[in-house]
Ligand binder design. Structure first.
Ligand SMILES: N[C@@H](CCC[C@H](N)C(=O)O)C(=O)O
Length: 321
């Protein structure tokens, strides 16, 4: 099957975006999983943190499904949703559209550039829940807020929330990537605690309403950034680290920067704003039965990633990396 795709990223969390509406044959869930395993592989494949599948929807302008590089499907993907938001707003010519995701139909829109010349989109991250069962997390308490999880470490506290994919967030003074990776692995090998796995983030407060976040992603490992994790971390920074709701929280990450506006009216909601960068467009011929693929040599490169490197450098300095 010939599959046209766009290689894109949000904060260097990179994806292969496939518009299933353009394919000659429809994909089954098993196909989506196989394509994710085959193409996301950094050594043997094209390489990505996951695949964004764009489908038609009866409830919204389009539907997004996201498969991690290990072939598992996630309920939501914040950085990926910005890329799909760009694709569908450009397709429809509308500034604002709705995208159906696994747990909600979400409004998305083009907003003013987060950094000069960088196409920027705002996406809603919801529903948010602190109920442990929503992750799910096996614990006796209904909620886990700023609490030591002895199964993971005695040395730091975590807050658990779903947005709606599962996250645990720890506010730290020093961010140690190795410690994060170890705890991330442990959490994702603890089905008695997190039966569906969990995304694990460390948050360092840089200033008022300014944080640095790094995440060990379920189904992937350490990534440059995770949109839902930055949203979850912004909420936790309001609750645990004194940041202000309703004002933008600037979130620096290894791949750039985003802004999260946390609303805490009757329930928590987040507006996640950041880049949606297209790197190139190409086509790949996939044979699922033999688990093989052949890439067309013709890649149509944009110059957007070159322009993005300025933001990357700026973020590194601002994030103290
Ligand atoms: N990087 C994504 C989240 C992708 C899914 C995640 N790994 C999960 O399994 O929950 C984002 O930008 O939100």
């Amino acid at each position: 099957m010939d599959i046209p795709y766009i290689k894109c990223h949000g904060s260097d969390n990179d994806f292969i975006m496939i518009d299933e509406r353009k394919l000659e044959e429809s994909l089954t869930d098993e196909d989506r999983k196989e394509v994710a395993l085959l193409l996301s592989d950094r050594l043997e494949g094209i390489g990505s943190d996951g695949i964004l599948y764009v489908l038609s929807s009866s409830k919204a302008e389009a539907c997004m499904r996201m498969f991690n590089s290990d072939g598992s499907e996630a309920e939501m993907c914040g950085n990926g949703l910005r890329c799909v938001a760009r694709y569908i707003t450009e397709e429809t010519g509308k500034e604002k559209v709705h995208i159906e995701t696994a747990k909600a139909v979400l409004p998305v829109e083009r907003v003013s550039d987060i950094y000069e010349g960088i196409a920027t989109f705002s996406v809603a991250i919801e529903p948010v829940s602190f109920s442990a069962s929503s992750l799910p997390m096996e614990t006796e308490s209904e909620q886990v807020v700023d609490t030591v999880l002895r199964d993971l470490t005695e040395d730091q506290t975590f807050t658990a929330l779903s947005v709606p994919n599962p996250h645990i967030v720890s506010v730290v003074t020093e961010l140690d990537e190795e410690v994060l990776e170890n705890i991330g692995k442990k959490a994702n090998n603890s089905p008695h605690l997190f039966p569906n796995g969990v995304n694990v983030s460390f948050v360092r407060k840089i200033d008022d309403n300014k944080i640095f976040v790094q995440t060990y992603e379920r189904g992937v490992g350490l990534t440059n950034a995770c949109g839902t994790a930055m949203s979850a971390s912004s909420i936790v920074s309001v609750i645990v680290a004194g940041n202000n709701p309703d004002l933008p929280v600037t979130v620096m990450n290894k791949g750039g920067m985003v802004q999260c506006i946390v609303h805490d009216n009757e329930e928590y909601k987040v507006e996640l704003q950041g880049n949606a960068t297209y790197v190139y467009e190409a086509e790949v011929r996939v044979d699922i039965s033999t688990q093989s693929f052949e890439e067309s040599p013709h890649h149509v490169h944009t110059e957007e990633n070159e322009r993005y490197s300025e933001l990357r450098e700026f973020a590194k300095t601002e994030g103290g990396l």
